[in-house]
Design a protein around this ligand. Structure first.
Ligand code: UDX
Ligand code: UDX
Length: 455
């Protein structure tokens, strides 16, 4: 099928590349010309494992192209994905101005023939109908320019909500091995086209385990599909806040949260995933989606108390690393703290809403000197939000002269560092494991005082 994906961020680019890989003819549109130039030369503007290779092979096969020209994309696609960002405004509301600009642009460039417009961006509940209205506004504006009457709107399209559930760092795996595909629309015609689009994925043609039963497709109305996205992310964020709360109680009573998580996770009603206690959740989705749902509830005179508590627990959790530093070092002024990892999770270059940024602010406020090493950030020029941080190029340089290390992100390579050597070069060998990621005994044998989260 002919597909156009508008917005080539973490979600749009992965979606476009994967749809090309399963055999569709995909054009990706982005209004950032620099980015388009980079992608045309075969380079991915983001770090996502496996993405560059898959991108190149599909460009070579001719199924994947890039452009900054929205009209060319709209003319090409029978299915048009909107995948631009919807960041949180300071109020917690979702900033939908990019979705609006794209919807208007689609309307202004709509060619004849039926099209399905798909909301991949996470948009506030009710946005499906709103996108329809904006597209029609775009059509009307163009017709007015062409001297046609607004009562005679030439546009044949339907809107579908198709939320994404891709985790950064495993976004390609998640695309080919989804737990479900959610499609919300009132149009049978549009739903049929979407089912056809996803058939190879539903039939697990690109799955790691092709013997599994077909991927379930959940078909809903527009608003329910939009709500599925918010509810899923809010549930997962609440689950993490729950285990962090248990960790904080474990710390006080002398229990070990990792053993507790194992003990409760084996109950199939609870499930073992997303029960890793640590310094809390961040990233481009959980914080903004939970805030947006709280905000939507407020708009309808409902106070989402549980979700507000999940956010409060998370805000406090990020500072737990500081509290633990103060417990062991007492005064942080004049001390040097080394951060192992900066990104909000491993295998990504994404610093959006990363717990590291809050911890850095607080350490700055308390007068500590901050050094950091991150496997990706240390190699890129990305320093946004890191102006007071000395970014080192390897973990041993990081440890040199530090009073304590804090493991912020559970990058796999941090399990295999030479901790003995690092301990010897530090003022005091203290390690706060903000993700309960390291082998406590091994780190202690290397000479460190080990402090975990809730254990
Ligand atoms: C996506 C979603 O769409 C968001 O709603 C979801 O919750 C998380 O994932 P993400 O892929 O992280 O967002 O967005 P981002 O990395 O900011 O990329 C957006 C892209 O759209 C950028 O490349 C930007 O240049 C492009 N863009 C933005 C356009 O092409 N046109 C615009 O008008 C605005
Ligand atoms: C999330 C959703 O999982 C995904 O379906 C999509 O909607 C986009 O948003 P992402 O933000 O990429 O994906 O990563 P995820 O693996 O969900 O982790 C989010 C945050 O939770 C990270 O900061 C991570 O460190 C934290 N986390 C996760 C924990 O603290 N404990 C856990 O057990 C799991």
């Amino acid at each position: 099928m002919r597909v156009c994906v508008i917005g080539t961020g973490y979600v749009g680019l992965v979606t476009g590349v994967c749809l090309a890989h399963i055999g569709h003819d995909v054009i990706c549109v982005d209004n950032n010309e620099e980015k388009v130039k980079l992608m045309k030369s075969g380079q991915s503007p983001i770090y996502e494992p496996g993405l560059s290779e898959l991108m190149k092979s599909n460009m070579d096969s001719g199924r994947l192209t890039f452009t900054a020209d929205l009209s060319a994309g709209v003319a090409h696609g029978e299915i048009l994905f909107i995948a631009v960002g919807t960041p949180a405004l300071p109020t917690g509301e979702s900033d939908t101005r990019y979705v609006e600009a794209v919807a208007r642009g689609i309307g202004a460039n709509l060619t004849t023939g039926y099209k399905v417009i798909v909301n991949k961006s996470t948009v506030p509940i009710g946005s499906g109908d709103w996108v329809r209205m904006i597209v029609l506004d775009g059509v009307a504006e163009r017709q007015k320019e062409q001297g046609k009457s607004s009562t005679d709107i030439e546009a044949e399209f339907d809107v579908v909500s198709n939320p994404e559930f891709l985790r950064e760092g495993s976004a390609i795996f998640d695309t080919f091995n989804p737990d479900r595909i959610v499609l919300g629309s009132n149009s049978d015609r549009a739903l049929k086209m979407m089912q056809q689009l996803y058939t190879p994925i539903v039939e697990r043609k690109y799955a790691d385990d092709a013997s599994l039963p077909p991927v379930p497709i959940v078909m809903t109305d527009l608003s329910s599909a939009e709500m599925v996205k918010y509810a899923a992310n809010s549930f997962l964020a609440t689950k993490i806040s729950f285990i962090n709360e248990i960790a904080n109680i474990c710390d006080r009573v002398g229990a070990d949260v990792t053993q507790v998580a194992n003990g409760i996770g084996l109950d199939s009603r609870i499930g073992s995933k997303f029960l890793r206690a640590g310094i809390g959740w961040g990233g481009s989705c959980f914080p903004k989606d939970v805030s947006a749902l709280i905000h939507t509830a407020d708009d309808y005179n409902y106070e989402a108390q549980l979700l507000k508590a999940a956010v409060e627990v998370n805000n406090r959790q990020r500072l737990m690393a500081i509290e633990k530093l103060q417990q062991v070092l007492k005064i942080l002024k004049g001390k040097t703290v080394g951060l192992l990892g900066l990104t909000f999770k491993p295998d990504t270059d994404d610093l959006r809403d990363a717990p590291a940024l809050i911890i850095i602010d607080q350490l700055n406020r308390l007068g500590a000197k901050i050094k950091a090493y991150d496997p990706i950030i240390s190699q890129t020029g990305m320093r946004h939000g890191l102006s007071n941080v000395i970014v080192e190029t390897d973990p041993e340089l990081l440890a040199d002269g530090c009073d304590a290390l804090v493991l912020i992100t559970e990058w796999k390579q941090f399990q295999n560092l030479d901790y003995s050597k690092m301990a010897k070069s530090m003022h005091s060998a203290i390690l706060i494991d903000g993700r309960n990621f390291l082998d406590r005994k091994a780190v202690e044998a290397a000479g460190f005082q080990y402090v975990g989260m809730g254990r």
